[in-house]
Design a protein. Structure first.
Lengths: 454, 334
């Protein structure tokens, strides 16, 4: 399926930037001080999360930037900037900028087990973070330890395995960003597939003197969606035929085809969909008992919360969706297994999910972003006042008006989801009525969120 | 190669020089010659209370406490040194400075109702004389209730209870002569003495109770009662209730309350939970000394904290002066 696209690398300065070996290093070097500060403040700063840079800038500012700006507009661009895998990658390459002469890497270079080469590890990591989210997102020390744990895992996997195994198969945020990046209006793709077919060296995957083979284990010629493209632009550097480009494209272009749809991705999409109302309840809801249970890790109440979370994310929401998919199959009157319907229609949950997460994040951010001003001046909570803003009070922005912004976002997600569901029915060559159970699911879910927000 | 060295240098700056600079800046800010800076972090008692909860300083040392809160709003007070911080917001740093002028152990405490166990949130500053570091702190005198051998746990119902709440203002107008050694006597005892005075035979019981109310009010003094009222609001009302009925929110599930052992014979007289200061029988049957004993010793595991380490004698007399207003009408406007 070809969609209209505009080659951004046709603009000389964009092309120059993307093929520069300094680009990724510069971006990481720019984010690294913030990351280092987040860890230091988490380890040594005030335990009060609202006054600690590590909590405020990672889980409020960065999160807002990620969900409200980067993912919807630039897909996995964050993955190109993320400092977490950088130490491992630099060590693996024994170079920070240039390709190492001779190309020998400092790694055992193992292949990642085929059984784990999917989204399930990331799904498990996402669930693990969700289980402890209330603690990780509010307790600076734990947050810093979590970040250090991610860096350590990324480092170790870089030394053991080839390329960026952590980013591709483990990072709990990566799976999240990856699926929703299918909606972004930007993509890295080959210009002409026929030209790739004539290229025997496949330097985009194997690397050459200008760069490394795709760190994400993606063969660019086969790339037809953003899910696993880290937008590091390595393939733009290594393609000796100048056949890879950065494109602007319509929103959600990756969802216009049923090709390459997978059970782990569909299931992940529904897990994340379930996560949005859950996070809303835990972080923004009025139910103190649930908040306390989520925080009291190890207590009987927490176990109840954990079981509820697992049930909701792993069984209830995917289960209800599976039932809807099965009903769609009955309406379609085809012999295709219900599992296939679940997979195909599962992608319709992605716009709904991104809308739900954006709506939650918007309210979360508007409520809490004012903490950032004080934290800028006093990142450790040690009584500094670097920019004179340390005493700026917490002020929820647009308090009471959040639903006015949230509901349109939810509705955009809902409409896009319905459109994807109807298109999926057309792709299956069945009556569009088959999509009705999925549409009903999306509408009900949206109404539930509206009830939560209003 | 030069490019790599440059890139590596920048990363080393970020990973090594940047953190070192941050900590060096903090060390430079907090270290001032001649002042010993101590960081004190307030956590709700369930999360550790004051950390550290024991601070050792030397006599004559100039001390700066940098107090921060990790979770909720706390307060800080070292009553014996006259140091107080009314509000410590989470993540903020409040500083107090003092010179440890004399050796001794000085309790400090949180002064905000930070949690159910707020009253457990205490610590101690030990001021040590370097010339004589093992010198024990001076012994305090025995509290009055012990000197007078008063069993403060024994029931003390008043044999005489007024039909209506005695009013100090009416008592003032009567201008009756009332004994002035009130601390050792219960209001009920004083009433009985007045009732037994032939010169007051013409006065009604109500008159005499009004006179007793006035006597207690004037003995305490308005300023002391006002101070006691502030102490009550800050330290007592959460458990004993704003109206003194023993029905404060924080007093409902006090630790140890359920396990409180009360003998069968006392079941009808001993209340499980914070005392009800509007109970005329108990309040009029208790002398100020007895009440002071209860305040300074605390409830021995019932959840009622001991206040001896935090309150001065005058604080306690002032608090008692106010407590009497729950059974005597002192003319407060609510």
């Amino acid at each position: 399926m070809t969609t209209s696209r505009i080659e951004l690398t046709g603009i000389p300065i964009v092309k120059q930037l993307l093929v520069s070996r300094w680009l990724q290093w510069s971006l990481v070097a720019a984010t690294l001080p913030f990351f280092v500060l987040a860890i230091l403040t988490g380890l040594a700063g005030t335990p009060a999360g609202s006054r600690n840079f590590g909590i405020v800038f990672v889980w409020i500012v960065w999160w807002a930037l990620l969900i409200l700006v980067l993912v919807p507009l630039a897909g996995r661009f964050w993955c190109a900037v993320c400092p977490i895998p950088a130490p491992g990658e630099w060590l693996q390459r024994r170079a920070l900028v240039q390709p190492r002469e001779g190309g020998r890497l400092f790694t055992l270079g193992w292949k990642f087990p085929r059984r784990l080469s999917n989204l399930w590890l990331q799904n498990a990591a996402f669930i693990a973070v969700a289980l402890f989210a209330k603690v990780i997102l509010t307790t600076p020390f734990v947050s810093a330890l979590a970040l250090l744990l991610f860096v350590t895992i990324a480092l170790v996997t870089s030394l053991l395995y080839e390329r960026r195994i952590f980013c591709r198969y483990i990072c709990p945020v990566g799976g999240f960003i990856g699926l929703y990046s299918q909606l972004a209006p930007a993509q890295v793709r080959v210009k002409d597939h026929a030209l790739c077919a004539t290229h025997h060296d496949k330097t985009c995957y194997t690397g050459n003197e200008r760069g490394y083979g795709c760190p994400w284990l993606v063969f660019p010629a086969a790339l037809d969606k953003n899910t696993y493209c880290g937008m590091c632009a390595e393939c733009l550097k290594t393609c000796s035929l100048d056949n890879v480009a950065l494109y602007a494209r319509p929103f959600g272009a990756d969802l216009l085809t049923n090709n390459g749809r997978r059970f782990d991705e569909a299931y992940r999409g529904l897990m994340m969909l379930a996560g949005a109302p859950l996070y809303t309840v835990v972080f923004m809801g009025p139910w103190a008992e649930i908040k306390q249970a989520a925080y009291a890790v190890g207590s009987p109440n927490w176990w109840g919360y954990a079981l509820g979370l697992l049930a909701l994310m792993l069984v209830i929401v995917p289960g209800i969706f599976f039932a809807c998919a099965a009903l769609a199959r009955v309406i379609a009157r085809v012999q295709t297994p219900a599992r296939n319907f679940f997979i195909d229609y599962g992608y319709a949950a992605l716009p709904l999910g991104l809308g739900a997460w954006a709506a939650f994040s918007l309210s979360f951010v508007l409520t809490n972003i004012s903490y950032a001003w004080a934290v800028l001046s006093d990142p450790f909570g040690w009584g500094w006042n670097l920019f004179g803003t340390a005493d700026w009070k917490w002020t929820p922005y647009l308090a009471g008006g959040h639903p006015i912004l949230q509901i349109p976002i939810l509705l955009v997600g809902l409409v896009a989801s319905i459109a994807v569901a109807l298109r999926t029915a057309r792709e299956q060559h069945v009556s569009q009525r088959a999509a009705l159970p999925i549409v009903a699911f999306a509408v009900t879910f949206t109404l539930g969120l509206v009830w939560l927000y209003v | 190669m030069k490019k790599e060295i440059f890139a590596l240098s920048v990363i080393c700056l970020i990973l090594i020089v940047f953190p070192v600079a941050l900590f060096a800046y903090q060390a430079w800010r907090t270290n001032e010659p001649g002042i010993r800076t101590i960081d004190l972090v307030a956590h709700a008692p369930a999360s550790g209370g004051w950390i550290p909860d024991t601070i050792n300083v030397n006599v004559g040392e100039r001390v700066r406490l940098r107090i921060s809160a990790s979770d909720v709003v706390h307060g800080f007070e070292i009553p014996a040194l006259g140091i107080a911080v009314d509000e410590i917001l989470p993540g903020h740093v409040e500083q107090v400075e003092f010179v440890a002028a004399r050796a001794g152990r000085f309790a400090f405490a949180c002064t905000r109702w930070c949690s159910v166990d707020h009253w457990r949130m205490r610590g101690v500053i030990q001021v040590i004389d370097p010339a004589n570091p093992d010198q024990p702190p001076p012994l305090a005198a025995l509290p009055l209730y012990q000197q007078m051998k008063i069993d403060i746990d024994a029931p003390h119902p008043a044999p005489n209870v007024p039909a209506a709440r005695p009013a100090a203002a009416r008592g003032a107008r009567l201008d009756l002569a009332v004994p002035d050694d009130l601390r050792n006597q219960s209001p009920s005892d004083v009433f009985a003495r007045l009732r037994g005075d032939p010169a007051l035979k013409a006065n009604s019981d109500t008159d005499l109770w009004d006179a007793v109310a006035f006597a207690w009010k004037s003995a305490a003094g308005d300023a002391a009662i006002a101070h006691g009222r502030a102490l009550f609001a800050r330290d007592c009302a959460a458990c004993h209730g704003e109206g003194g009925k023993g029905n404060g929110t924080a007093g409902r599930n006090l630790p140890g309350l359920a396990a409180m052992q009360v003998s069968a014979s006392l079941m009808s007289t001993v209340k499980r939970g914070p005392a009800d200061f509007t109970d005329a029988s108990k309040m009029l049957g208790a002398s100020d000394v007895l009440l002071q004993g209860k305040i300074l010793r605390g409830g021995m595991g019932t959840g009622m904290p001991e206040w001896r380490t935090l309150y001065t004698d005058q604080d306690m007399w002032d608090a008692i002066g106010f407590l009497r207003s729950f059974v005597f009408d002192y003319g407060f406007t609510k």
